[in-house]
Ligand binder design. Structure first.
Ligand SMILES: Cc1ncc(COP(=O)(O)O)c(C=O)c1O
Length: 193
């Protein structure tokens, strides 16, 4: 007997086709229409986030964040040794060097106790990943960033509506990226911020 255990089951609540119908009928089947604005406003309100910008995926959001960090050839970015490839690709695409720091066995997140030893004069940013929606030790990571004048970009692809202490994941660093891929907590096929 073969048992198929699906990798994921997208959460379908029943209103999807109605909303897609409204988007098509309203002439905004692509992005940046009324539904995009509603989603952006909802996340700004619920997460207390400064500004939300919907992109086509978390991969695009991470690549935009790396651009906004103004990474230059030879700059270094600290990230966990265990993540999805988009986190590292965003860095490599700018000509910067990903510096992988080992993860904690209990959370599978970057081990905050090992980060400072990986900082060099070329380090520009830390990209922590909240694996499976479990928060990284953000107090310690932000303190290290402040000490060394580094930017922090949270890869919160798997952490929509998850918290670290009383703060929403994705809103603690200087930038945060979410995924709305079909395999994530909330799905719109693709889509991110
Ligand atoms: C940690 C992490 N970062 C980034 C991504 C990329 O997300 P997307 O599929 O929305 O581009 C994923 C998706 O699996 C992920 O798990």
């Amino acid at each position: 007997m073969t048992i198929h255990i699906p990798f994921n089951k997208p959460c379908i609540v029943g209103s999807e086709l109605i909303y897609v119908g409204q988007a098509v009928a309203g002439g905004h089947a692509s992005g940046d229409g009324p539904f995009t604005r509603r989603a952006q406003r909802l996340m700004e309100d619920r997460f207390g986030a400064g500004r939300i910008l919907l992109t086509t995926s978390c991969t695009s959001a991470l690549e935009m964040a790396a651009l906004l960090c103004d990474l230059q050839l030879g700059d270094e970015v600290i990230l966990p040794s265990y993540t999805f490839v988009s986190t590292a690709n965003a860095v490599v695409l700018r000509g910067a060097k990903p510096v992988f720091v080992d993860i904690r066995p209990d959370t599978l997140n970057i081990d905050e106790r090992l980060i400072e030893a990986a900082v060099t004069p070329r380090t520009r940013a830390i990209f922590p990943v909240h694996y499976a929606g479990v928060a990284c030790e953000m107090d310690e990571i932000m303190a290290i960033a402040r000490r060394h004048h580094l930017l922090v970009v949270e890869d919160a692809a798997q952490g929509v509506f998850a918290k670290y202490k009383d703060q929403w994941l994705g809103t603690i660093g200087h930038m945060g990226c979410y995924s709305f891929h079909e395999t994530k907590n909330f799905s719109c096929g693709e889509g991110a911020h």
